[in-house]
Design a protein around this ligand. Structure first.
Ligand code: PRT
Ligand code: ZN
Length: 286
């Protein structure tokens, strides 16, 4: 039985760097020298295929690749039958409808009968149908944002991240129709051996993500302040409390979510915490 999984990742583009970093942080080594289309890991049962992102859902659906990393926008647009295994939290963006800035826009019914240029006809059609709007969809493969200025369409439906591309083309975002991030997908009928390898990969990915989202916090406090400080530290059943050499003082260690840190820091200090250290966590096994 072959437990080696083939993992398809984008060859070069917005998903590539974060996909490669994630694989690397999972401790999986391989050589991805320039121009390589395929590579084998030296320490994990995996082979990598470097592809255009649009081809990845099809390859995974057909079983040419077992697993892939892809933007959810592309996955949904291609409509391929694959398993969405896990959200990866990077390459976040949204698919939005935009119209010329000067145009008055009151709501989705304003889209009735107009022409909309997009590379995402499937997701757009579904949005329009759900809203009972009929519009004329112009499918184009790139440079969608210039369509209104060259008279091709009066609105666009495109990927937005910072919004600066829309802005510099004189457009304004009026409807967010889909929110996307990179996702891990898998072939629907993986063999038991390959499923086991995928589970190992997923376990590592979750450990990496948990470590990224959490920080280890250490602080010193007088003994009498410990109960109040423990109250302030969120989500920990039982932080570590160790005595310091100086009598009457101790050190408290805990793990906190990075997003909570700034919200609780003032409360920690008010409760008597001193010498607060916040350090990154390399891996976090859940
Ligand atoms: O060559 P290949 O086919 O593999 O790559 P590609 O050119 O088709 O895709 P690529 O690398 O551009 O994007 C891959 C994925 O990254 C997309 O499918 C999205 O899931 C995600 N992503 C995240 C984005 C963006 N952010 C993004 N900003 N994809 C595209 N953009 C483009 C958008 O099309 C628009 O032109 O950036 C512009 C808007 O950006 P802002 O920041 O100006 O709003
Ligand atoms: Zn593409």
């Amino acid at each position: 039985m072959n437990s080696t999984i083939r993992i398809a990742i984008q060859k070069s583009g917005r998903l590539s760097e974060d996909s490669l970093n994630l694989i690397k942080e999972c401790g999986i080594q391989f050589n991805n020298g320039t121009g390589k289309l395929k590579s084998e890991s030296s320490n994990f049962p995996a082979e990598f295929l470097f592809l255009r992102d649009d081809d990845i859902p099809g390859y995974v659906a057909d079983g040419v690749a077992d697993v892939g990393i892809i933007g959810e926008n592309v996955l949904v647009e291609t409509g391929k039958a694959v398993e969405l295994v896990h959200r990866l939290g990077f390459s976040k963006c949204r698919l939005s409808i935009a119209v010329e800035r000067a145009k008055d826009y009151k709501g989705v019914t304003d889209l009735q009968g107009i022409s909309i240029a997009t590379s995402y006809p499937r997701i757009l059609t579904q949005f329009l149908e759900e809203n009972g709007v009929r519009a004329d969809i112009h499918e184009i493969s790139g440079s969608v944002e210039i369509a209104p200025s060259i008279g091709l369409a009066s609105a666009v439906c495109d990927i937005v991240s910072s919004g600066s591309t829309l802005m510099s083309n004189g457009l304004k975002e009026v409807e967010v129709i889909f929110r996307s991030e990179a996702v891990l997908i898998a072939h629907r009928q993986l063999s038991a051996d390959r499923r086991k390898t995928l589970d190992q990969l997923l376990f590592r990915i979750k450990s990496v993500q948990a470590a990224r989202n959490n920080k280890y916090i250490l602080l010193n406090a007088p003994k009498e302040a410990v109960p109040a400080i423990i109250q302030v530290l969120p989500g920990m059943k039982s932080p570590t409390v160790v005595p310091l050499a100086e009598s009457g003082w101790c050190s408290i260690h805990s793990v906190i979510n990075e997003n909570d840190f700034w919200a609780i820091i003032d409360n920690l200090r008010a409760a008597g915490a001193q010498g607060i250290l916040v350090v990154p966590i390399e891996k976090m096994i859940l």
